[in-house]
Design a protein around this ligand. Structure first.
Ligand code: GDP
Length: 440
């Protein structure tokens, strides 16, 4: 996420940290570099200029030059300003109303349908809501179809009216249907065009007026940079929407949209999309994003994601197995599946403070687990449950079956043994022992 921007900001601030003597000239130079980094990230000139001006004023006001650690203070000032630029506080969605009606807007391809599904899934699992998804794209039957596939995947009902070409009517009928069927959230996915056009704007504006939603969200592809900001402006003029959803932040986006949308339309970014899977949705926290941009990681989000995957029942079962020395390769495989559900490896590494930067040149492959999975899949049930049965000839067979080498099988066996030992130690209240082991 925002690798290029992170890199450049890091370099800019590094220069300042590296200088023995910090002078007004160093500070000015650093800020010039910061401004260049922002411009390269596709932030418009005026916003970038205002940004550095604000940091400079604060730096002067706080007498940066005479503080004990001017470099760190500068990093903090830049972080605070980045947070402010992205909206300052976290703003959630309004779940009032009975039912809550959420209207999705945006161009075709922005990720509206995918996000409607993600939001439905999020509300269903996190807020235990009964959600109804509504397909309102009366021009593209394929779009309704796509929503139905998504609905099926997450177990959420999809309302559509085949043959009805009136989206206002469909929306109203859907809300009535929700009321009659005990649903408390209605998410309406509307039609999108490839570019802003009058007809489309009139249509969504009519739906908006007719249903008066609690929450109108504008979905935008973060890869489109300044175009995203212009589209946001056009939609906001018509809809006065409540919040922005930035999608495809997992891609190689420069960051301009995330950094400028708030200043241009004065509406908060509420959610981000970080992948194609239904779980790839995050509440947008400006301060955490600023931390990530500055390479400080985002441990809070990482822990939250781990908690989302945490299943108490499963954990208890696992604990019992570990205590009885019954932890096997099937459990190992299970753990891998859970880690995979937390997001792409690149994304997860970026959340560990310092790791994103340290590993930026390492090609973190999401297929990294593939070899391990193949090896485990080539084992017999007995080998998986009782790894000690795996002798040399079995290793040869497993390597052959999984298209790997005996060396790789050995390596996995070693990792497995270490992991089992560590888990056993943690269980025995040996947290301290483990810390010592890690230190030593
Ligand atoms: P719509 O036309 O606005 O409804 O857009 P879709 O929901 O059909 O999304 C367009 C394409 O973008 C699809 O291929 C999605 O899988 C993909 N997509 C949506 N959100 C994300 C995201 O957060 N990350 C990535 N990598 N792809 C996404």
């Amino acid at each position: 996420m925002f690798n290029n921007l992170s890199d450049k900001l890091d370099k800019a601030l590094h220069t300042l940290k590296g200088h023995g003597q910090i002078t007004e000239i160093n500070v000015a130079e650093t800020l010039k570099e910061v401004r260049r980094a922002l411009l390269d990230a596709d932030v418009n000139f005026k916003i970038a200029k205002d940004f550095t001006k604000k940091v400079q004023t604060k730096a002067l006001g706080q007498n940066v030059l005479t503080t004990l650690n001017p470099g760190q203070l500068m990093v903090k000032l830049v972080k605070d300003e980045l947070t402010e630029l992205m909206g300052g506080d976290t703003v959630g969605i309004n779940l009032g109303g009975s039912p809550t009606v959420i209207l999705m807007s945006g161009l075709q391809g922005s990720g509206k349908t995918t996000f409607s599904g993600k939001l439905a899934n999020y509300l269903k699992t996190k807020k235990t809501k009964q959600v109804l998804l509504v397909g309102c794209d009366v021009y593209r039957p394929a779009a309704i179809n796509q929503l139905q596939v998504v609905g099926e995947q997450i177990g959420v009902e999809v309302y559509a009216e085949e043959g009805n070409k009136n989206p206002v009517e469909i929306s109203k009928n859907a809300i009535a249907h929700a009321k009659a069927n005990g649903k408390n959230v209605v998410i309406i996915d509307t039609a999108g065009r490839l570019a802003v056009d009058q007809e489309m704007m009139t249509e969504i504006s009519n739906i908006h007026k007719a249903i008066n939603p609690q929450e109108t969200l504008f979905v935008v592809d973060s890869m489109t940079g300044q175009d995203a900001v212009n589209t946001a402006k056009a939609f906001n003029d018509i809809l006065n929407f409540d919040g922005v959803v930035l999608t495809k932040l997992d891609g190689d986006t420069r960051g301009g949209a995330a950094l400028t949308i708030k200043s241009v339309v004065d509406k908060p970014i509420k959610f981000i999309g970080t992948g194609e899977k239904m779980e790839a949705i995050d509440v947008f926290h400006p301060d955490r994003m600023a931390d990530r941009i500055l390479g400080m990681g985002d441990v809070i989000s990482l822990v939250e994601r781990a908690q989302d995957q945490y299943d108490e029942e499963e954990a208890r079962k696992l604990q019992k197995k570990i205590a009885k020395n019954q932890f096997g390769f099937d459990d190992f495989l299970n753990q891998i599946q859970q880690i995979k559900k937390m997001g792409s490896m690149k994304d997860l590494v970026g959340m560990i403070p310092g790791a994103g930067k340290a590993m930026k040149d390492v090609d973190i492959d999401d297929d990294a687990f593939k070899g391990i999975e193949a090896i485990i899949h080539s084992m017999t049930p007995l080998e998986r449950s009782t790894p000690t049965t795996i002798n040399a000839s079995r290793k040869k067979r497993i390597a052959k079956g999984s298209g790997t080498s005996v060396q790789e099988v050995n390596q996995l066996m070693k990792q497995f043994t270490q992991m089992s030992k560590m888990m056993k130690m943690m269980q025995g209240g040996g947290g301290r022992k483990m810390m010592q082991m890690m230190k030593g």
